[in-house]
Design a protein around this ligand. Structure first.
Ligand code: C5P
Length: 235
């Protein structure tokens, strides 16, 4: 096991409104998982839903993937830190100055969430990446953006668990790898292209697993989460 963190699973609360998101959170135990608030829920419900989740003792990953000029991203990271969330993220392709501005903004706060960066969206193929102007293939781009992220002092990256072994070999052990695209054999892949089981993700070096629909779409979300955790404990 790469981490002793019992709460390595982050449940993606991809819901259109606060009521549905909190109804799901209320079926989960904050001692056994963390939760992720992404662009859909935050745009609909705003900081209020984050405060409600904090009040229920959940660690919140605020997944807003900031990507803008350095001063704007710094301001967004400052505001996100003040929501007392556990983790925030930016896009590594915003560049070194933007990453350093984000780092400095978080470091100046009394509550400092983990600061991670998205390397390449897992939905992008090498062909699409090159069409937007990147010269290398997806894995090479992921590796160079992860190296830049680590050099800028961020705490980790969001990446595909398929890419995790190649990154694990290059980054420091404390550098966090956060991986979505997790499925058990019985789950539908949905719109995820490259899926991997929780055990494979951890074996590949992932520290935190982002899991959405396999848990939130299950008849018994709490039971499904317990089953995934049991699988990880016996790996
Ligand atoms: O439902 P599912 O398990 O596919 O949810 C995965 C979550 O991880 C979603 O919230 C999605 O936005 C997020 N994510 C992802 N791929 C990335 C970055 C984030 O699937 N590269």
């Amino acid at each position: 096991m790469q981490t002793a963190d019992k709460k390595r699973i982050i449940i993606a609360l991809d819901f259109p409104d606060e009521r549905s998101a909190l109804a799901m959170a209320d079926q989960l135990d904050p001692a056994l998982c963390r939760v992720k608030v992404g662009k859909e829920l935050f745009t609909a419900a705003g900081p209020h839903v984050v405060r409600e989740l904090n009040a229920r003792d959940f660690d919140v990953f605020l997944d807003l993937k900031f990507h803008d000029i350095p001063s704007t991203v710094a301001g967004a990271c400052r505001a996100a830190s003040r929501l007392k969330v556990w983790m925030i993220n930016v896009h590594a392709s915003g560049g070194e100055a933007m990453l350093k501005a984000a780092r400095a903004a978080v470091d100046a706060e009394s509550h400092r969430p983990l600061l991670t960066a998205v390397t390449v969206l897992t939905s992008l193929s090498t062909a699409e990446l090159q069409a937007v102007g990147f010269k290398d293939d997806a894995l090479t781009t992921v590796q160079s953006l992860a190296a830049m992220t680590e050099a800028a002092g961020l705490d980790g990256v969001v990446c595909s668990a398929v890419e995790a072994p190649a990154l694990r070999r290059r980054v420091k052990p404390a550098f966090k790898l956060v991986t979505p695209g997790i499925r058990l054999p019985e789950d539908a892949a949905g719109d995820q292209v490259r899926v991997i089981t929780p055990q494979e993700a951890v074996a590949n070096g992932a520290d935190f697993l982002v899991i959405g629909r396999p848990v939130t779409g299950a008849k018994d979300p709490r039971g499904k989460l317990a089953r995934i955790q049991q699988l990880l404990e016996t790996t």
